[in-house]
Every structure is written in C-alpha cells, then in structure tokens.
Design a protein around this ligand. Structure first.
Ligand code: UT7
Length: 323
C-alpha cells in the first residue's frame, strides 16, 4: 500500500466588489477591448478596504472544511501560498489558524508567487508522505490589488484578489496512476529572471512597493515552460496528455492558457478557464479554478487533473492529481 495525499474538500472566497474592465477607462489610457483581446480578462474582484489576505484565506478554508465535513481541529497543518501576507510577519497561515479557532498543529506561509500553490501542494504532499501530518489545509490567497501602480496600464488591469483552499488527507492507494490524490509533481526556478517580474519594495526599501512586469518576456517564458513542466510531471506519473481530463492552469492570460493546451494536445473543452472573471490572482488562481470547476460540475471524482503555473522568480511547476 502507498500513502497518497487525496483531496477531501475544496472551497473558495471572492471579495464582493467586482470591477469590470470599463472602470479602468476613466483613469488610464486603456479599453475593455484591449484588455479582453490581449488577456481574456473581463472583470476581477478587489478586496474591500481593510480586507486582508488572511481574511479571505480563512473564508476559503471554512468553505473547504465544510465540504470535507471536518472541523479545524481535525487539521494537522496549514500552508498558505501567498506573496501578499497581511504583515511582514507573522505568517498569514498562523493568522488563519487563530481565526479558525484551531488550537493544535502548525501553520506557515509558502512564497513562490504565482506558482506558490503548486509549491505548497508539493510541501503538503511531503508532510503527508513522511507522516508528519495526516490532514493539511493548503490555501492560495492574495490581495494583489495592494501591489498595483494604478498609473501603469501594462499591469494594473491584469490582477485580482481572492482565495481558494483544499483539504488534503493521507489515504491508502495502490501505488499506481489509478489512485486518487497527488500522483506526481515537477518544480523549477531560475533566479536569473528576477527583473522581468518583481515588486520594487520590501524590507530593503521600507515600502510595500509595486508590481513591475515585462509582460512580453514573461509571456514568452510561460508559453515555453508550462507545457514542458506539465509533460514532465505526467511522464513521472507514467501518463500522457491523452490521459488528462482537465488542465487547471494558472489564470494569467487566455492566450497563454490556449497555447499551453495546444502544445499539450489537449482540447480547450478540457481546460478550466476562470481568467475572464477573476483576472490573475497569483497563488490563488489554481485553487480558485479547482473550486469553481467543481461548483460548475466540470471536475468530478476520479478525474485526472494537471495543474501548472509560472510566476516571479521565475518559479514554475506542475502537479498531476486524481480528484
Ligand atoms: O502571473 C505571472 C505570470 N504573468 C503572466 O503570465 C503575464 C504574461 N504576459 C501577458 O499576459 C501579456 O504580455 C500582456 C497581457 C501583459 C500584454 O500583452 P502583449 O500582447 O504582450 O502586449 P504588449 O506588452 O506587447 O503591448 C502591446 C501594446 C503596447 O503598445 P505599443 O508599444 O505597441 O505602442 C503597449 O504599450 O499595447 C500597449 N498596452 C496597452 N494598451 C491599452 C499595454 N497595456 C495596455 C493597456 N491598454 N492596458
């Protein structure tokens, strides 16, 4: 028997305020048409004043726990993937732990920007396989609206806020690719590409800073690297693109999503797409897409999923899991 990290519950939270593309037309030189055609984004959610990453993460966690039929003290560990924790420290994860009323276990953040959720899943999987935890709450939560330079039309129209969460539980499997749960992972980073996507603030500047991106460059890396990492992870699991029921991609740009699906030879009707409604929510985008995919009735138990993401660092990776 092999232990697998199996999804037992999923949930998400989106802030109430929905901002359509047209709202940007009043303040910067842009248009709904440009944003839609270049990115696929139609609207995004922005957190309310005072609403933080840990607030949204807690709501998503509560939804995932409810779906799993579990209470907070059934959880051994919380990992929050985020680049926008409420404070420099403590971690957003310990704030979530307190807000859930969870009095046991441990909690910490994981920072790999837009690829953060894939890295957090790898970490949770390792905790479960090494018997350090049986149930792990893995959350992706971001308030990227706080990092925007509202005068920069090349970035401010692309991002949104939100949170998604999974409850992973160690369960016995057969040790082959018919098992439910995480089947394989592929993680990568290349720190030489820092300057094409970063935030120009932090402890070294004494400011929060703003997101800076050379979009075209990031686009080029994304198209090249995402299909490759997905292929590698599938290969590790002894599977191919033909076995995939759903690609659940990081939701940055519909053109990147389509190009990756094409390179993987998976048709677009087997891709979960939420970018039109959420924009780019960084580490929250994959768990949000998983949760929405389940709520829409697309993702069903037993489906084979490959999720892939790339972001600042550059850091990128993918995970193959059976729902
Ligand atoms: O989550 C992390 C990973 N991030 C990503 O994956 C993002 C990757 N990059 C992208 O999604 C795309 O590169 C963008 C959506 C950011 C931009 O699309 P693009 O087709 O690469 O456009 P571009 O940057 O080449 O810009 C084309 C033109 C430029 O004008 P000129 O120089 O041709 O006169 C831009 O100044 O569009 C202009 N432009 C805009 N025009 C209207 C840039 N932003 C805007 C805007 N509205 N908001």
């Amino acid at each position: 028997m092999t232990i697998r990290a199996v999804v037992r519950g999923v949930g998400h939270y989106l802030p109430e305020r929905v901002v359509p593309n047209s709202e940007f037309e009043a303040t910067i030189d842009t248009s709904d048409e440009w944003i839609r055609s270049r990115s696929g984004i139609e609207r995004r959610h922005f957190a309310a004043e005072g609403q933080t990453t840990s607030d949204m993460a807690t709501r998503a966690a509560q939804a995932a726990l409810a779906q799993a039929g579990l209470v907070p003290d059934d959880i051994d560990a919380i990992i929050v993937a985020t680049s926008t924790a409420d404070l420099t420290f403590p971690s957003a994860a310990t704030m979530v732990q307190a807000r859930l009323g969870m009095t046991r276990g441990f909690a910490y953040d994981m920072q790999a920007v837009c690829a953060g959720f894939v890295f957090a899943l790898a970490n949770a999987n390792a905790l479960i396989l090494s018997a350090q935890a049986r149930r792990v709450l893995v959350i992706g939560a971001e308030t990227f609206s706080r990092l925007m330079d509202w005068n920069d039309r090349t970035t401010s129209v692309l991002f949104g806020d939100g949170a998604g969460a999974l409850v992973l539980e160690g369960q016995e499997g057969m040790g082959d690719s018919t098992d439910r749960g995480i089947l394989s992972l592929d993680l990568n980073s290349d720190g030489r590409h820092k300057d094409i996507l970063y935030v120009d603030g932090g402890v070294s500047t004494g400011t929060t800073g703003h997101l800076r991106m050379m979009g075209k460059e990031v686009f080029r890396h994304a198209v090249e690297k995402l299909a490759d990492t997905a292929h590698t992870a599938l290969e590790k699991a002894g599977l191919t693109g033909g076995d995939v029921d759903w690609i659940v991609p990081h939701q940055a740009n519909i053109r990147i999503i389509e190009a990756t699906a094409k390179r993987m030879q998976v048709p677009m009707d087997r891709v979960i797409v939420t970018v039109q409604d959420h924009g780019n929510t960084s580490a929250a985008s994959i768990p949000l897409a998983l949760s929405v995919g389940v709520a829409r009735g697309q993702i069903k138990p037993g489906d084979l999923i490959v999720a892939e993401a790339i972001g600042g660092g550059l850091a990128w990776g993918s995970v193959v899991l059976r729902w």
